[in-house]
Ligand binder design. Structure first.
Ligand SMILES: [Zn+2]
Length: 355
């Protein structure tokens, strides 16, 4: 009877303790007491069995044997109780460890949640400023997007004094004669990926508005960037000058089809074979050949007509066009069929022109 009570208590504890355990563990736990119970039962049975026979023949011996049996039974029960106690202690320890682990996991999950919330609340760092250098005259990197390619090219879209412009409704005045102090010069020539550019040796100056500028380089556009009353020409030559203070003055000479242009021919004769590799020919350029005979002009304030579109550039557009042969035009168009920025808003700029 005591055995039954212990077994009942044991199975009760097992079922309560095992409620939180995974099925496999539960099964193992359930198997153990069952085995223990059956072992105990058979042990008890084995202990009881031999005591039956002596009872029939020798009562004294039978009584003695019964006492021994009870002692054994007590011992077995004690043993079983101890094992249950040990098992219970083990299970409590396991449960405590599991609870501690669950608490730890919850703490980690909460910390991660807090961290995620902080990250979500923090605004993302601003993208690094654009520092592109590649620009073109059409497509994605064309004039409409120049300002997005590089943060330093903002004037290409926000400027109000941009070049080129359509020259119309100019104020006709007696403009002063520009002094051209051009000579024969050595030069370097490069196909810079946007145009053919010729850098000249020092000593070539213009003087206008009491300011002297030194010629730095000249280059070509096709078609002409400047328009006169809406009409452009097939090409234009831009002669870029710089003052001692760093101010820029661009002289534009419009080019139409006609007879050969001697200076252009010298430049074409010395075209570099590779892009971005400059050549230094042994011949010299006669820079006076870059200018038309008549020197009347339009003038306005504009900008570089390519990135970074810097403003504050004095423009002088010669009224008289010059000519270049169809073959000379065709040669440039093979290299640069289109390298002109569209005309920009004048925004009320004053355009003056020679009478
Ligand atoms: Zn230009």
């Amino acid at each position: 009877m005591r055995n039954l009570i212990v077994l009942f208590a044991c199975s009760l504890v097992m079922s309560v303790a095992g409620a939180n355990e995974p099925p496999a563990a539960k099964q193992a736990v359930a198997a153990k007491p069952a085995a223990a119970a059956s072992a105990s039962a058979s042990a008890t049975a084995a202990a009881k069995e031999p005591s039956i026979k002596p009872v029939l023949g020798k009562p004294a011996v039978a009584e003695k044997s019964a006492k021994a049996d009870r002692a054994k039974e007590d011992e077995a029960e004690l043993d079983l109780s101890e094992r249950i106690a040990v098992r219970l202690a083990e299970m409590r320890a396991t449960q405590a460890a599991r609870a501690a682990n669950a608490a730890k996991a919850q703490k980690i999950a909460e910390a991660k949640k807090r961290e995620a919330a902080i990250i979500a609340a923090t605004p993302p760092p601003p993208p690094p400023p654009a520092r592109g250098t590649h620009w073109t005259y059409d497509g994605e990197s064309g004039p409409g997007n120049w300002s997005k390619i590089n943060v330093d090219w903002g004037k290409c879209s926000t400027g109000t004094r941009q070049s080129p412009i359509d020259l119309r409704d100019g104020i006709k005045v007696d403009l002063e004669q520009i002094t051209f102090d051009y000579h024969q010069s050595s030069f370097r020539e490069v196909d810079n990926g946007h145009t053919i550019m010729v850098t000249v040796g020092g000593g070539n100056f213009i003087t206008v508005n009491n300011q002297t500028y030194e010629l730095q380089q000249f280059h070509f556009h096709r078609p002409s960037e400047e328009k006169i009353a809406g009409k452009g020409t097939e090409m234009v030559m831009h002669l870029v000058h710089k003052s001692a203070e760093g101010k820029l003055a661009v002289v534009a000479v419009l080019l139409e089809r006609g007879k050969a242009h001697p200076l252009m021919q010298t430049v074409w004769n010395n075209l570099p074979l590779e892009k971005l590799e400059s050549v230094s020919p042994t011949v010299v350029l006669d820079l006076m050949e870059a200018l038309p005979a008549r020197r009347d002009y339009f003038t306005f304030m504009g900008s570089l007509s390519e990135p970074p579109c810097t403003e504050g550039v004095l423009y002088i557009v010669m009224k008289q066009t010059m000519q270049a042969s169809p073959a000379q035009m065709a040669l440039f168009s093979r290299l640069y069929p289109f390298n002109a920025r569209p005309v920009q808003p004048t925004n009320g700029r004053v355009v003056k022109e020679s009478n």
